[in-house]
Design a protein around this ligand. Structure first.
Ligand code: ATP
Length: 436
């Protein structure tokens, strides 16, 4: 069983490398531990995931607006948020080989590699430090943000004033975050540089639990609507005694990865902790005047905070399948068309004219709408396999009969069913099949 699990991960990692989804960072220099580069297909898929989130969370709602704040922020932001004093994990070090482990994750009492004794645990802050400007001194320390959320809190007043919106109001942001994790691993699940998609949804106190329930359901449904099998998802509420000091309650959305259940997203009711903390440290009152009650209040906030890379890994794991096809096995990614990196592949049966001209015309017409590829190399069977392996939902085959009857064949990835449609209707048929 354990072998099968690793087998699946190894196959997925190898597919990602071979087909251009994900490469190890700086590979020609031996790689940089826990950093990854997204290749031509990976970047398409990642953008599709982010766009699906942005569309659902921001563009389709009138109670959420977007934001894009800088990665480097005033160091006092991290003092107010509690990250300078509290954003740490307990670290233990092997006294002989100096390997480091997270004490709260380590089951053994000694080094798991050489068996030697371990040091006493000490708190290790996970924020990356750097210096602003040419002088490397204490006064110039800045941090790479470990979450995007603080950029939202410090702009609360700016957004409220410039949009003249009323509560409830959400502010959403996507972007890179950095954590100097003690241990990393499981491919892109835990890395030191990653992307987050975060929403801070500000509400009137007293309505917060209702909105917490609402967002928990909405976020779970988002993953399911984008194709993740419901049985591979679960909600994991945090017990009261494990809650962070700022959270009134918190639930994780977890996915059943090949190695175990793992967090995709955390949804927290943070009360008024953040706005109050920034008011105190900055000296600027961050509050809201409620026209109805004629009172000034400090809103509560519900925070669904998701990881782009972890979502992508979950979508890939869930979509990966090896299926019998005649006497062979086909590898297929059953990705939802919205997140598939390529939507349509144009496959002419011959490289030569006049088939090439007709096929190129179809290709030019479709590529203005979606991400489309053209492949005329090797047998048609092999070309279908290549597209299945990267999750392309539809292949369009142009054959010699197409020259006579002006029709082409659409081959559907999951069912492998083929239907013939007039070239004049191809775009409309594909648009309705893709639902985009
Ligand atoms: P974990 O317990 O796994 O370390 P966390 O509870 O610290 O995660 P949050 O601070 O809630 O994570 O961050 C929100 C989301 O950001 C996570 O659910 C995850 O999807 C993503 N994330 C956090 N840390 C990492 C990381 N090191 N690599 C990749 N994604 C991450």
């Amino acid at each position: 069983m354990a072998e099968q699990i690793m087998d699946k991960m190894e196959k997925l990692v190898s597919l990602c490398k071979r087909r251009g989804f994900i490469f190890p960072s700086s590979e020609i220099y031996g790689g940089l531990s826990s950093c990854w580069d997204y290749g031509p297909l990976g970047v398409e898929m990642k953008r599709n995931i982010k766009q699906a989130w942005w569309q659902t969370i921001v563009q389709s709602r009138d109670d959420v607006v977007g934001l894009d704040t800088s990665i480097l922020m005033h160091p006092r932001v991290w003092e107010a948020s509690g990250h300078i004093t509290g954003f740490s994990d307990p670290l233990v070090e092997c006294k002989k080989c100096n390997l480091r482990f997270r004490a709260d994750e380590l089951k053994a009492q000694a080094c798991t590699v050489c068996g030697s004794p371990l040091s006493e645990p000490r708190q290790f802050n996970l924020m990356f430090k750097t210096f602003m400007g040419p002088v490397e001194e204490q006064a110039n320390i800045v941090y790479l943000r470990p979450e995007t959320a603080q950029g939202i809190f410090v702009n609360f007043e700016n957004v409220m004033t410039s949009t003249r919106k009323k509560l409830p109001l959400g502010i959403a942001q996507q972007g890179k975050s950095f954590r100097n994790e003690i241990t990393t691993g499981n491919f892109i699940f835990r890395s030191r540089e990653f992307e987050q998609m975060e929403l801070e949804f500000f509400v009137k106190p007293g309505t917060d639990m209702e909105w917490f329930e609402y967002w928990t359901e909405a976020r779970l449904a988002w993953y399911i609507n984008l194709g993740i099998k419901p049985e591979n998802l679960r909600l994991a509420p945090h017990p009261k005694e494990d809650l962070a000091h700022y959270a009134r309650c918190c639930t994780d959305v977890e996915y059943q990865f090949p190695w175990n259940w793992g967090e995709l997203e955390g949804i927290a009711n943070r009360g008024d902790f953040d706005l109050k903390a920034h008011s105190k440290v900055s000296g600027k009152g961050l509050s809201y005047f409620d026209e109805e009650s004629k009172e000034t209040i400090v809103p509560y906030v519900i925070e669904p905070s998701a990881g782009v890379d972890r979502s992508m890994l979950a979508f890939l794991c869930d979509a990966y399948a090896e299926e019998p096809d005649k006497d062979e096995i086909r590898v297929v990614l059953h990705l939802n068309p919205r997140i598939a990196p390529v939507k349509v592949a144009i496959l002419p049966l011959s490289k030569k004219e006049p088939l090439a001209k007709v096929s190129q015309e179809i290709y030019s017409e479709l590529r203005g709408n979606w991400s489309v590829v053209y492949d005329d190399a090797q047998s048609i069977g092999r070309r279908y396999r290549r597209q299945d392996e990267i999750g392309t939902p539809f292949c369009v085959t142009v054959d010699f009969q197409s020259l006579e009857d002006k029709m082409v064949t659409i081959r559907e990835r999951d069912s492998m069913v083929q239907v013939r449609v007039p070239i004049s209707q191809l775009k409309g048929v594909l648009a309705s099949k893709l639902c985009i």
